[in-house]
Design a binder for this molecule. Structure first.
Ligand code: GDP
Ligand code: MG
Length: 178
């Protein structure tokens, strides 16, 4: 996977996958711009943004983020985005069991066709909507653990755990030798 610049500065391709409406674009916008726009547009095809973070050990990680559209009509394009990705972030909405099932479909797809050393995160978004929750956190945690993924619940709306998501990913990346 082409995620290496040098031992101090990593560059990684990251792809977001998940059902339409789970909040993928809002997660990216929150991470990259620190904003939440409740009137944000539906992603067409895919969009690209990048963001660099600094870790405590003075290394930096530049995420090249491919935010895909979740609609069925774009499903055939997904391999273009996850092929060669060092990181996949699979997102569902904690208020939608259907999106949780769809997320599991994406995990299987990545296990079959993604890079063998891909770092995967399993993300339950819209954690601010506790009163509408339909997917227990434990279910997400159990599924992620079984499949060797890192699990976190986020809210793009309140910013809860958004930076943490990317920090944990950054720390889990394979490092080139110094
Ligand atoms: P995408 O299709 O996965 O990219 O989803 P979007 O990012 O376009 O978000 C879909 C809808 O969910 C929008 O109306 C957002 O305002 C809303 N949304 C996204 N993230 C959150 C969140 O964390 N909490 C709440 N309450 N709504 C969210
Ligand atoms: Mg989108």
């Amino acid at each position: 996977v082409n995620n290496v610049s040098d031992s101090k500065n990593l560059r990684v391709k990251l792809v977001l996958l998940g059902d339409s409406g789970v909040g993928k674009s809002c997660i990216v916008l929150r991470f990259v711009r620190g904003q939440f726009d409740p009137t944000s547009k539906v992603t067409v095809g895919a969009s690209f943004l990048s963001q660099t973070i600094a870790l405590q050990d003075s290394t930096t990680v530049k995420f090249e983020i491919w935010d895909t559209a979740g609609q069925e009509r774009y499903a055939a394009l997904a391999p273009l985005y996850y092929r060669g990705a060092a990181v996949a972030v699979v997102v569902y909405d904690i208020t939608s069991p259907e999106s949780f099932n769809k997320a599991q479909y994406w995990v299987k797809e990545l296990q079959k066709h993604g890079s063998p050393d891909i770092v995967m995160a399993f993300v339950g978004n819209k954690a601010d909507l506790q009163e509408k929750r339909e997917v227990p956190a434990q279910d997400g945690m159990d599924y992620a653990e079984k499949n060797g993924m890192f699990f976190i619940e986020t809210s793009a709306k309140t910013a809860d755990n958004i930076n943490e998501l990317f920090e944990v990913i950054a720390k889990r990346l394979p490092r080139p030798p110094p």
